[in-house]
Design a binder for this molecule. Sequence first.
Ligand code: C2E
Ligand code: MG
Ligand code: MG
Ligand code: MG
Length: 284
Amino acid sequence: RAKSAGGNRFELSDPEADARVITRHGLTNALPSALERGEFFIEYQPLVHLVDGSVHGAEALVRWCHPQYGVLGPDRFIPLAERTGLIVPLGRWVLEEAVRQARYWSRRHSDGGPLRINVNLSPAQLKHPALVADTVEVLERSGLEPGALCLEVTESALIGADEDLLKPLRQLADMGVDIALDDFGTGYSNLANLRRLPVSVLKLDRSFTQGMQQHPCDPVDLKIVEGIVSLAHSLELAVTVEGVETGAQAERLRELGCDTAQGWYYARPGSPDRIHALVLADAV
Ligand code: C2E
Ligand code: MG
Ligand code: MG
Ligand code: MG
């Protein structure tokens, strides 16, 4: 069926590539109605304090339950949503849903302080004029304090960012919302540039964590992470590490002074109920 939908245009090319193109068109066309039909859902992955394993918060990671292809990860559809602009309503839905969920958790967790919720922002959302107003509205409606929200922006989205792009982030930061620089270390940004950005958290990319896996680990990776952590701390930024898959990595990253961590070693992304249980137990 997909073949005939593609017509003869693909006849001479490789069938697997054809399938990819058709799927991409199909997915792009299906995106808007998928949002209306409620086919997106969010998995949450805990962020833990490296010192004691206590839960710091959770990152919201969107998935698409496609009626035909099953569950699709964000890498399959976020770039498409970004290109078509659907990322704006989709991102707003993720924010609203994640913030509502975080507010629910913090009601059950009155003694331990609020559970932080991390939400990813794409470049198109960053440029959208309603970002600040939408975020304020979502926070006010839910009753979640701004300090419990962390918006993650990739380092590459902020490379060469001018004041126009930074201004909404600055406004959000002034309200108490944390801004994290996601996938840090992959974007070749000028480290001195960090001072200019309204960020309070560096999320060290998974590629560095991978370098901490061998034993003894790569001395160059070790030095780089050590340097980043000390620079981050001297700028009063917290350091989160992503992609921690083993206890040895966690131990090494703790020794290097990283603050919080996220990864399969602690928990894979999962249902809100799982996070709820972890929050009540106060450990992963
Ligand atoms: P990210 O923000 O860097 O999220 C971390 C990714 O690493 C997630 O992939 C997570 O499942 C994965 N991960 C976590 N721990 C481990 C580990 O120990 N080992 C390995 N190998 N992987 C781990 P996921 O869920 O596929 O998301 C991919 C990317 O999609 C995210 O990268 C983020 O950039 C984007 N994304 C996810 N949700 C949203 C969203 O709601 N809005 C936007 N704009 N982007 C989103
Ligand atoms: Mg992220
Ligand atoms: Mg990341
Ligand atoms: Mg990453």
